[in-house]
Design a protein. Sequence first.
Length: 204
Amino acid sequence: GTTGGTDAQAKHTVSYYEIREDPANADDPTVDWPSNRTVNADSFMGKLRAKTGIPDFDLPTEAQWEYLCRAGTTTVFNDGNAAAKYDGTVENNNGNTNGYLNALGWYKYNDPTPPAAAQPAGGKLPNAWGIYDTHGNVREWCLDWYGTPVSGSDPAGAVSGSSRVLRGGSWFLPASSCRSAYRNFNDPSIRYSIVGFRLVRTLP
């Protein structure tokens, strides 16, 4: 479609609606997560499911996203290094967390391109499960409506809302916004160069 990015560069500038709902960047009332897993046939996910014959390709829930990001860790970043600290303040280019993030993700103070932009996927170190780019490059849409933080083994999140969850850091953001626990949200119609997505599927 018309998403930003190249074959190598992380995909970006794509809305939640374009990924799962009306590719004209509008709400499709028949697509109603979490009440159903339907996607619009002409959306990215609809075309991917049809092309591959795999009916359960989708975005991760917020809980799944944090689970795959952390890979069993409870630290600020998913390398398991407890030396990276976060005191609740927004840090610029001199915070304690920044030195630890350089190896893990593209963020505001290590993006090498002028002007700054999304980088090729997989350019930094993966977590213990081999998953890349959860601490930077582009933020990622999740299935959930934004609401109270969820808990439990695999919760679906709020049943309604006006904004969808975004997780992960980006090339535009400081280290404090790239932590495993950081949550954000936006209207599902927005398209920004710092926002992309990640595919998940249920294994047979």
